[in-house]
Design a protein. Structure first.
Length: 140
């Protein structure tokens, strides 16, 4: 058990949130990536996170934080759009392939990840203040 488990737990949350925000930013940056008709579209990345159990010395109900376990990829078929002027368009049909990424969904995920990151930072700040208060009380 860590001397200050709150920092370990929130630190794991900060890491998971950072990976989540990076994935969302990558998805948004590539949402207009055009692919040729015969190639798969850019696949959105969705971060998978799992709770980490606390050790036996932790108080009841206190976990060990979270860990990023991997990433799920979105649909490779994407969306077909008619754009015969595009150099990547199929010669016969004029179709190109775009990723199947919804901007409003990605922005919602980005806001959720940012808020979660801010909340973890707030927990760290409050815990630091509490520990400083405790040290100040014990010094008197």
């Amino acid at each position: 058990m860590s001397l200050f488990p709150v920092f370990q737990t929130t630190g794991s949350g900060l890491h998971a949130n950072r990976v989540w925000m990076d994935a969302v930013a990558d998805n948004i940056a590539n949402m207009n990536t055009v692919g040729s008709f015969d190639q798969p579209a850019f696949q959105a990345r969705y971060v998978q996170v799992q709770a980490v159990r606390g050790d036996g010395n932790d108080p009841a109900g206190v976990g060990g934080g979270v860990q990023v376990t991997g990433a799920a990829l979105g649909d490779a078929t994407g969306q077909l759009r008619y754009d015969p002027t595009n150099p990547l368009a199929d010669k016969a049909t004029g179709m190109v392939r775009y990723p199947d990424i919804d901007l409003s969904d990605q922005m919602t995920q980005l806001i959720q990840a940012q808020r979660s990151y801010q909340l973890n930072l707030t927990v760290i700040d409050r815990a630091r203040e509490s520990y400083q208060q405790a040290i100040g009380i014990s010094a008197k």
